[in-house]
Design a binder for this molecule. Structure first.
Ligand code: TXA
Ligand code: MG
Length: 347
């Protein structure tokens, strides 16, 4: 047990144990208007009762998040889905059947029971049934849909382990549930069906290629890879905000010709005093490097952790090796473009 601003915050360790009954009290805390930090298969979430305005406001306060940025409601069964969403069509049902429980958020028409504070005043609600057992049990015990954004203060990389986010969030929550490192490391794919077409609003582990199993009518929203500012009108408000960023300036470099990318990075290293390279090629640069992994799965698993780690070296520039925007690479580049504030150079 940790002392927290005079109150008690309780730590539940489920890294090795599968004694999910420990989650009962965390579920009760959710029901009584408190926040709980918990793992999902994608990233950690900071959760509150998704039907309780007061509880939801606590999330926005804890994260320093703008209230026009809607939250995802996490459910553990289809009764909950039908309670919070209406007019669900065949294509949306097919998406649920194919990808739930799992890392897919579907934007649906909301019912009256969902407070507008949860949806950034939109008439729609993002709904996701996670596959992580701890997350599912917590929702069951809370017996209410859990509103949960990624666990990080706004602007920072999403939390994929407790150590990375403990300091920035511990004073806001009643319980911390530690399930170890999250599997995927990237947040869920967010989609919305419009006129029989799947619109990808945020790419994730469920890739464009996976969605092709359901239909070939799929559109990748233009804001997934293009620069978005405060003034841009977007379908998913989260796309407007600075996200995933280390404290230092970042530069994202990509070429389909790996040698070209490495040569270019080598040529600019001398311009900086204390550069740091985030690599996946394993090339031996003459300065500090951090390895994100050597395939797309590993990169997605390690990326946010590495983007946080760079700050401990106080670099004057973070140079990031980009990846192809194919497959899972689309989600990785969507995050890296934002991490680098679109400071991107393709050769
Ligand atoms: O994997 C995830 O999705 C994680 C875990 C905790 O489940 N959650 C997460 O939440 O990433 P958050 O709040 O960090 O990102 C939610 C994204 C935002 O970009 C938001 O704009 C979008 O989903 N979103 C939520 N509800 C929406 C809605 N009704 N319409 C359009 N976009 C929505
Ligand atoms: Mg987030």
């Amino acid at each position: 047990m940790y002392i927290n601003n005079g109150d008690f915050m309780e730590y539940i360790d489920l890294k090795q144990s599968d004694d999910y009954s420990l989650l009962k009290k965390a579920g009760m805390a959710i029901k009584s208007c408190n926040l709980v930090l918990f793992p999902t298969e994608t990233v950690y979430g900071i959760g509150a009762d998704g039907l309780n305005e007061e509880a939801i406001l606590k999330i926005f306060k804890a994260k320093g998040r703008k209230t026009d940025n809607p939250l995802i409601l996490h459910v553990s069964n289809y009764d909950m889905v039908n309670k919070i969403a209406k007019n669900i069509n065949d294509l949306e049902k097919k998406l649920m059947d194919a990808f739930w429980p799992g890392p897919l958020t579907i934007v649906l028409d909301k019912t009256d029971i969902v407070p507008f504070i949860a949806t950034g005043n939109l008439a729609t609600v993002g709904v996701r049934m996670p596959s992580n057992k701890i997350a599912l049990k917590l929702i069951e015990y809370a017996n209410t849909p859990i509103a949960a954004p990624s666990a990080n203060v706004s602007g920072k990389p999403s939390g994929t382990n407790i150590k990375d986010i403990f300091k920035e969030l511990e004073s806001s929550v009643e319980f911390i549930v530690d399930g170890g490192e999250t599997d995927i490391g990237l947040e869920s794919t967010v989609v919305r069906v419009i006129d029989g077409e799947i619109n990808i609003l945020r790419p994730g582990k469920i890739r464009y290629e996976d969605l092709l199993k359901i239909t070939d009518k799929i559109k990748i929203d233009k804001h997934v890879l293009n620069k978005v500012t405060d003034e841009t009108s977007v379908m998913s408000p989260g796309m407007k905000y600075k996200h995933y960023a280390p404290a230092s300036d970042c530069l994202l470099i990509y070429s389909s010709d790996e040698k070209k990318m490495i040569n270019y990075i080598n040529s600019i290293i001398p311009r900086y005093k204390n550069p740091i390279i985030l690599t996946h090629t394993n090339y031996n640069y003459v300065c500090k490097t951090l390895n994100m992994g050597s395939n797309l799965e590993e990169i997605s698993h390690n990326m946010f952790k590495t983007l946080r780690e760079v700050d401990t070296y106080n670099p004057d520039i973070v140079i990031i090796e980009g990846v192809s925007k194919e497959g899972l690479g689309l989600a990785i580049m969507n995050r890296l473009l934002r991490a680098s504030s679109y400071n991107y150079y393709e050769l």
